[in-house]
Design a protein around this ligand. Structure first.
Ligand code: PMP
Length: 395
């Protein structure tokens, strides 16, 4: 049997990590994988997470199974964090999943079950795992324009024009905030227009929100998601706790299905639990418990929010510093978009050849589409990177 297997293509970002590790230069700069790093290059365990873990360690009496949907308290806390009071709680079905990826996978499985011929529309570009999972599941997909290479902003006219081609019953996948890989995001007004377009098409939005709190703040980053949930009869929302709680390896996420009424939410809840059962039975619990502890304890929550603000402001400071330095070195506003982008990533708009020169000649590692992880920088490496980019871009 196993002889029938073929080599799988290597994940480009993981391959990049390997190449970085093997590079002997000590002034090399890693802007690849999407993990937050503090100015010393570490990905720390957040203070509130450590304290929540300490409390769980000292009070937990059993490791017996929880519910198939995970702990209801986790769902309640996360629904509050993501949706606020945008929709009545009884219209929301939710299951804990292994990370945001698990939530996206389960959302797609739900779509395949309910609407097997629905086309899933993806932004061009998007996080590569989106098309990869969709292809693996054998689901039809299409792309809508999203990024304007010339300005580094959203090609919103192109996006709206493409959304006019969406058929009734199709699914439109939207990034809730901090678009990966571009860093370019919709304004509140553009969210409203997007909602109008998706409604006019009779389509269902699927929101991937993996960086809440990394852009403009916890509430601001949920604006689009809340507007969608409040305006649409139905939508699906896949939320990840990996980044904003810094619990990447604990695999913590939540899939929400907003239904048109409580009766349909109940059926959706049963279906989501069924899908968990088929794929991995009970979802992981530790990270979900940590998140619940933090979100439901006033002191822990305040501490988490303040540390998350530090993380967010560190990235904003690096964005501004990089944009300023590039403006000085190139004597142009070409890279000003870096300061306007939000989240961990910016797509610089360099060619694959320029990205390769940066790696070979400057020891700067970024994804081939010229996506950089802003958090891979610090105040010392910003001028080094800016100089390298300016050199390569003018060659
Ligand atoms: N969506 C997007 C856009 C992401 O960038 C990520 C993480 N790279 C995820 C979802 C899921 O992350 P995780 O499965 O680690 O929670």
């Amino acid at each position: 049997m196993l002889e029938a297997l073929k080599e799988q293509p290597a994940d480009k970002i993981l391959a990049l990590m390997g190449a970085y590790r093997a590079d002997p230069r000590d002034d090399k700069i890693d802007l690849g994988v999407g993990v937050y790093k503090d100015p010393t290059g570490n990905t720390p365990v957040m203070r509130a997470v450590k304290e929540a873990e300490r409390r769980i360690w000292s009070s937990q009496e059993t490791k017996a199974y929880t519910g198939l949907a995970g702990e209801p308290a986790f769902a309640d806390a996360m629904i509050g964090l993501v949706l606020g009071d945008a929709v009545p709680r009884d219209r929301v079905a939710a299951v804990a999943t292994p990370g945001g990826t698990g939530a996206i996978r389960q959302a797609l499985e739900l779509i395949r079950l309910a609407a097997p011929s629905a086309t899933v529309w993806l932004s061009n570009p998007t996080w590569p795992n989106h098309p990869s999972i969709i292809k693996y599941l054998g689901m039809p997909s299409a792309e809508y324009r999203y990024f304007d290479e010339a300005t580094g902003g959203v090609d919103f006219d192109g996006m709206l024009a493409d959304l006019r081609g969406v058929a009734a019953g199709d699914v439109v996948l939207l990034h809730g905030c901090c678009h990966n890989p571009t860093g370019a995001n919709l304004t509140a007004d553009q969210w409203q227009q997007t909602i109008a377009a998706v409604r006019a098409a009779g389509a269902v939005p699927l929101i991937d929100i993996a960086y809440q709190g990394f852009g403009d703040g916890l509430g601001a980053d949920a604006t689009g998601t809340r507007a969608v949930a409040g305006a649409m009869e139905e939508c699906l929302i896949a939320a990840s706790c990996s980044k904003n709680f810094g619990i990447y390896r604990e695999r913590t996420g939540l899939l929400m299905a907003v239904a048109r009424d409580a009766a349909q939410a109940k059926v959706a809840q049963g279906t989501l639990a069924f899908l968990n059962r088929q794929n991995y039975s009970f979802p992981p619990d530790h990270g979900a418990r940590v998140v619940t502890e933090i979100l439901t304890d006033a002191d822990l929550r305040a501490d988490w929010e303040s540390e998350l603000e530090e993380v967010r402001n560190t990235m904003l400071g690096l964005r501004q510093a990089l944009a300023d330095e590039l403006r000085r070195l190139t004597n142009s506003d070409r890279f000003d978009f870096i300061a306007r982008h939000r989240g961990m990533f910016s797509r610089l708009g360099l060619t694959p050849e320029q990205v390769e020169v940066l790696r070979k000649d400057h020891g700067v590692y970024m994804v081939g589409d010229s996506r950089i992880n802003i958090a891979g920088l610090n105040q010392d490496t910003v001028p080094v990177l800016a100089k390298a980019i300016a050199e390569v871009a003018s060659a």
